[in-house]
Ligand binder design. Structure first.
Ligand SMILES: [Zn+2]
Length: 494
């Protein structure tokens, strides 16, 4: 007998305010845009937040699926896309609330760094309008990305929020279980949620926010230590996402207690103080392309991974910058697998030429001239695919990635994967699906900041982060912030 009814949904986007690529419904459809029962079909059995909610519901809770929308990080979300997606969630809530069986809870998967054409604080707006729809008494829980830019509006509107504890993010499922537990405890009266948000005047680049090494290790250790205390339910550390030009971008600490606001405040302040003390540890020196390629070519053993961190599509990179590819070609680097260049026109040219044929391309560099410009080159089409593969690495395991039509083009000794869609190559299947065995290559290029590490680190001989131009460059002084609160570290001398 089902006794409780919970609406679930996912609205997730990490918005790069500096990217000119608007995020419309088509861009959501490329990654995930499911409605109603399809949310369950798509999410069941996956290592994702929705997968976690489905598993947590068990037989005593009826899940009412609303929408599961996620797009690869890119520029502002269009008003139309946002209102369509949020509108579906709100309609589902309204219908559930008015049904005779009623509504008992809301469980969402959000990101925390979404910016819409007409709304700076996307998640604050989603949670506020969800609250307005369901009223004050129905609990709202949500999971958030570690790169969330937390705002007071989000915390006021929700009952309990849970940030990812891992980066690369492999715990969306686990956090959803935790959020659902909170929902059950709120129903049982054993959790009276009191949250405190402590924002720190720092907005570090995302380059050194991994949870396996660097300054985040210590901050998360402190969070775990405080979570042992009787009234403390959860401590989330948010590194923030620095490529959104909004007032509250940056690092914050969110503490969730059972009816203990004082302790929530004390814990937030103490971790925030420590984050401030170690703020310089978040900065990292990168190597120039020439330096990095030279080191990779000299290495005795491969694969050496060159991470083009500034064109990380997971951070809003255009995926078509060419500085690193040009440097590899100029240096005559051999035995290179390059993932990837987004260029639908080049893909069309490869498809027209056919496998095994030579092709003349003006490759990449079309979104922003300042990021390298197109490379005029001749290559050989080695393979054509539909760009679909199932992730086998630890992140998003079981999720199908869709690169759109994809060509593997050999240019000199570099095998370049050219795609129609923007997706960070975080799973090595991106290479295998088009016939490149990544473990056999001497050099691999991945346009990714850090999420690739979960799957590539086990077989990489070395990883070198390269300093190239791009919309996700860790050199934040390249960007012209207008709305961000100032002063803030590291942009200002603090
Ligand atoms: Zn993230």
């Amino acid at each position: 007998m089902l006794s409780k009814r919970v609406v679930i949904g996912m609205i997730s986007h990490e918005t790069n305010s500096f990217s000119p690529i608007l995020t419309d419904l088509d861009r959501f459809a490329q990654r995930s845009l499911a409605y109603g029962p399809d949310v369950i079909t798509q999410g069941s059995g996956t290592n994702t937040g929705i997968g976690g909610y489905i598993a947590a519901a068990g037989s005593d809770v009826q899940l009412i699926p609303s929408v599961a929308a996620a797009a690869v990080p890119s520029g502002l979300v269009t008003t139309e896309a946002y209102e369509t997606i949020l509108g579906t969630l709100l309609e589902t809530l309204e219908a559930a609330r008015k049904a005779p069986e009623g509504l008992d809870g809301v469980a969402l998967c959000l990101h925390g760094a979404m910016v819409v054409q007409h709304v700076d604080d996307g998640e604050g707006d989603i949670l506020r309008r969800t609250r307005e729809c369901v009223g004050p008494d129905i609990p709202i829980v949500a999971t958030l990305d570690l790169h969330a830019n937390m705002t007071p509006t989000m915390v006021e509107a929700a009952d309990a929020l849970f940030g990812y504890d891992t980066n690369p993010h492999v715990d969306g499922y686990a956090r959803a279980l935790e959020a659902f537990d909170a929902l059950r405890d709120i129903w049982a009266g054993t959790l009276r949620p009191r949250m405190h948000l402590e924002s720190v005047r720092m907005m570090p680049p995302t380059i050194n926010m991994r949870t396996a090494e660097g300054p985040m290790v210590e901050l998360f250790e402190r969070a775990r230590y405080h979570e042992e205390k009787a009234t403390v339910r959860n401590v989330s550390i948010f590194g923030g996402f620095p490529y959104t030009d909004v007032e509250f971008a940056g690092l914050s600490v969110l503490t969730l207690t059972h009816d203990d606001r004082d302790r929530a405040e004390r814990i937030g302040r103490s971790i925030a103080e420590r984050a401030w003390e170690i703020r310089h540890q978040f900065l990292k020196a990168l190597r120039t392309p020439e330096d990095a390629i030279d080191a990779a070519m000299r290495a005795e053993r491969g694969p050496i991974i060159l991470a083009d961190v500034a064109d990380n599509m997971g951070g809003g990179g255009s995926g078509d910058t060419t500085v690193l590819l040009r440097a590899l070609l100029d240096a005559g680097a051999e035995d290179v697998g390059f993932a990837l260049i987004v260029d639908p026109e080049a893909v069309a040219a490869c498809v027209a030429a056919g496998p095994g044929s030579g092709v003349r391309l003006s490759l990449g560099g079309k979104i922003a001239e300042a990021h390298g410009g197109p490379i005029d080159c001749e290559g050989v089409v080695r393979a054509l695919t539909d760009g679909r593969f199932v992730n086998k690495g630890p992140m998003g395991t079981g999720v199908t990635t869709t690169l759109g039509r994809t060509a593997r083009v050999q240019i000199g000794s570099v095998e370049v994967i050219v795609t129609e869609n923007r997706t960070a190559p975080n799973d090595p299947e991106v290479f295998r699906h088009c016939g490149i065995e990544p473990t056999d290559k001497h050099i691999l290029v991945v346009k990714s900041r850090g999420h690739f590490r979960a799957a590539y680190e086990p077989f990489a001989a070395d990883i070198i982060e390269v300093d190239c131009p791009g919309f996700a460059s860790p050199n934040l002084e390249h960007f012209d912030y207008k709305k961000l609160r100032r002063p803030i570290f590291p942009l200002d001398a603090l």
